[in-house]
Design a protein around this ligand. Structure first.
Ligand SMILES: Nc1ncnc2c1ncn2[C@@H]1O[C@H](COP(=O)(O)OP(=O)(O)OP(=O)(O)O)[C@@H](O)[C@H]1O
Ligand SMILES: [Mg+2]
Length: 361
């Protein structure tokens, strides 16, 4: 798993790691840095984010992960970012403090002035960085709610001489998507692995010796996308690969990977499938809530183990999918009626008044 797998060396990323090392060094020296890591699904952005957070000793690290099902919840992303800093909110100038408190639902009031919310976040970050340097990382940034994305862009443009680094990892904007909030910010493209690194990754996961031509075809067709190299060849023997992989498939690579996750999900017993669907429909990865919903859905107790053993998900302090494409595969694979049943069970499993965000269910 990219998130909490035992740390291992990334193949072919010395350039990108060097860029990130500079970001950290500049921020440490009091020259704020902002960087957007852009790349296709599965290309290795989260793996680089993981590298970054391990390469900034002495920094306070604030992490935000965009969640597709929270895109409609205004300020959800900013709330994740600022939550650990809210103890300092009283130090902000009154109007900024009030705007932020209203935005986060800490006090009543009419819709806050976005400019003041932006200034409040900027002040909070700058103030925190006076004690020790601050690294803010936003993964899956394409799924931030719009206000949070715009506010972060506002903050990014105004960071100057603070000890702050802000790094966002995002998929490229969808064709025809509205304005990209980070278009004007410094950006690094994360490309597929070079051929020799892609070959090395492939050799590390495919048992036995691969025929040279088959290997070259896989490297070419996956365009060095690590997730595609790992997932589309998963469980296949050299013989399977020679005969199977690379049959003409005109779908984009991402749909092929997602489809391969769908196949793996569909091969599981129905309880594990339902549990994956419920986990996909629940935005924050709340394990006790998911277990209550699972009980209501009559999902047997083995389902968690089965889904974990299949390498698709982990149930730790939070629920963690192996990759965002597993989440979308689990959700899309289910018929609408099944999705409705699961949403209902999640709503019922949420204690009334426990978390008003979830009443939308
Ligand atoms: N340089 C690398 N060397 C070896 N494995 C890698 C490398 N980069 C990524 N991987 C592995 O490839 C998989 C996909 O990477 P990752 O999750 O970082 O992609 P991503 O760009 O964040 O995708 P998404 O946009 O869907 O979030 C992970 O299992 C990760 O561990
Ligand atoms: Mg990622």
């Amino acid at each position: 798993m990219s998130g909490n797998a035992p740390w291992r060396v990334l193949l072919g990323r010395s350039h990108e790691c060097g860029v990130l090392d500079h970001v950290v060094a500049d921020a440490r020296a009091g020259r704020s840095r902002v960087l957007v890591l852009r790349g296709a699904p599965g290309v290795g952005k989260s793996a680089l984010v993981e590298y970054l957070t391990r390469s900034a000793p002495g920094f306070q690290v604030l992490r935000v992960v965009g969640v597709e099902s929270e895109m409609e919840l205004a300020f959800a992303g900013l709330h994740q970012l600022c939550m650990p800093l809210l103890g300092h909110i009283e130090r902000l100038p009154g109007p900024q403090r009030d705007s932020l408190a209203i935005a986060f639902g800490l006090r009543d009031g009419s819709a806050p002035d976005r400019f003041l919310v932006g200034l409040a976040v900027l002040s909070l970050l700058a103030e925190t960085a006076e004690d020790r340097p601050l690294l803010c990382v936003v993964d899956d940034a394409q799924w931030l709610d719009q206000v949070s994305a715009q506010t972060l862009a506002f903050v990014a443009r105004r960071l100057l001489a603070e000890r702050v680094a802000l790094v966002l990892a995002a998929r490229p904007p969808a064709f025809g998507a509205g304005d990209d909030p980070w278009a004007a910010l410094p950006e690094t493209e994360v490309p597929g692995l070079r051929d020799d690194d892609a070959r090395a990754l492939l050799d590390s996961v495919v048992p036995g010796r691969l025929d040279e031509r088959v290997r070259e075809r896989i490297v070419a067709e996956t365009r060095g996308n690590p997730l595609a190299l790992l997932e589309l060849t998963r469980g296949l023997t050299t013989a399977d690969l020679a005969g199977g992989f690379g049959r003409p498939d005109s779908r984009p690579l991402t749909s092929q990977i997602e489809h391969s996750f769908v196949r793996r999900i569909e091969s599981l017993p129905s309880g594990a499938q339902r549990l994956l669907l419920a986990a996909a429909a629940e935005p924050v990865g709340d394990v006790p809530l998911l277990r209550r919903a699972a009980e209501r859905l009559g999902i047997d107790a083995d389902a968690e183990g089965t889904a974990e053993e299949a390498g698709l998900i982990e149930f730790g302090t939070r629920v963690r999918f192996r990759h965002p494409l597993v989440r979308s595969a689990a959700y899309r694979a289910a018929p609408p009626a099944e999705r409705r049943t699961v949403h209902r069970a999640l709503a019922e499993a949420t204690a009334p008044g426990f978390d008003s965000d979830r009443r939308a269910w």
